[in-house]
Design a protein around this ligand. Structure first.
Ligand code: ADP
Length: 328
């Protein structure tokens, strides 16, 4: 084997690096020729396609969670339904990029719907006159089908979702993302780079294991310069529907989301109780906001949706970190 100079990179220098295809670490890599050609240093054309397609979408919000099962999809649906209900002229779209567990078709009562292709792209499914949905769930043969995709294929699907869905004019496009910080997040954030993202809403539950993962989520947002609109604490207390006593199922031993929000100087947008009627509505695809308008859960949802800041601003360029991860 040839001697490697001591200052040569030991790992892939990254497809955008000036050393791409030329470093000693590139020897033998199947992508060496393509990297050396310089093609990989050019901006991904998908970024401008997404910018053009989403030029009629005013606010793009990402809903994130550190863990699965904390209620991210539920909160996405509640915010979307609440915004759509607040004004018939407010147009809302939900893009479900939780590729491994697309729940929005069930929660928004659109199971079995088909997406249609037209000259101007894929038509989303209309859940209401002013609420539309696009989900990977619509492209699976059955709701129990598993999606087993590697990074590049996921990336391609997210690019298609962002650049080929014909949303029309939207006031809000709300992205339901997978838990954690994965390929899907980096793809979505990178493709939305020029279209602009209004910000992220982070969902957590109050107990320590969930909060630990939220810290990583906050760190991720800061590393990729994604503004955080605030945190929502879900399942904060359980109020027994019979005796009305409340119990902390997930005790906030370290002060819950409130203490964490204070520590990181981000806003606590609100807290939602663990409400069995909400679980039931989600399972049955019913809209709790119209089914039980007097419920304390609904009043809290309306309150935090109203208090959401929508700065309607684009965030700055993604920093090197995001691109280096995205391109490896
Ligand atoms: P995630 O998207 O974080 O994986 P989901 O939104 O799918 O989580 O929620 C997981 C389960 O918890 C679902 O069955 C949902 O109906 C239920 N759920 C979420 N939030 C609440 C809540 N506040 N009260 C009762 N059930 C909830």
């Amino acid at each position: 084997m040839a001697d490697v100079p001591s200052d040569a990179p030991q790992h892939c220098p990254g497809t955008e690096s000036t050393d791409a295809g030329k470093a000693s670490a590139c020897a033998g890599c199947p992508n060496q020729t393509i990297c050396a050609s310089g093609i990989t240093k050019q901006p991904d054309p998908g970024i401008s396609l997404v910018k053009e397609k989403l030029s009629t979408v005013r606010n793009k919000l990402l809903v994130l969670s550190g863990k699965g099962g904390v209620g991210k999809s539920t909160i996405t649906s509640l915010i979307s339904r609440s915004l759509a209900l607040s004004n018939p002229n407010t147009n809302v779209g939900v893009l479900d990029i939780d590729i491994c567990g697309p729940s929005q078709p069930r929660i928004l009562n659109a199971i079995g719907e088909q997406v249609h292709q037209s000259g101007s792209g894929w038509s989303p499914v209309y859940v209401d006159d002013n609420l539309s949905l696009m989900s990977i769930g619509f492209l699976l043969a059955s709701p129990s089908d598993a999606v087993i995709w590697r990074g590049p294929k996921k990336n391609g699907m997210i690019r298609q979702f962002l650049s080929e869905v014909d949303w029309g004019t939207l006031d809000y496009l709300i992205l339901d993302t997978p838990p954690g910080t994965s390929d899907e997040h980096l793809s979505a954030i990178s493709y939305l780079k020029d279209a602009g993202i209004t910000g992220a809403i982070i969902v957590t539950t109050p107990q320590q294991v969930a909060l630990l993962d939220v810290r990583k989520e906050i760190d991720f947002c800061r590393k990729v310069s994604l503004p955080i609109l605030g945190v929502i604490e879900n399942m904060s207390v359980f109020v027994c529907p019979k005796c009305k006593n409340s119990a902390e199922i997930f005790p906030a031993l370290t002060g819950g989301a409130r203490a964490m929000a204070k520590e990181f100087d981000i806003e606590l947008l609100g807290s939602l109780p663990l409400d069995p009627l909400l679980t039931k509505c989600c399972d049955e695809g019913k809209n709790i906001l119209t089914e039980m308008p007097e419920s304390p859960t609904v009043l809290l949802v309306l309150e935090f949706t109203e208090s959401l800041p929508y700065p309607d601003t684009k965030f700055g360029n993604l920093n090197e970190f995001a691109f280096s991860v995205f391109n490896t």
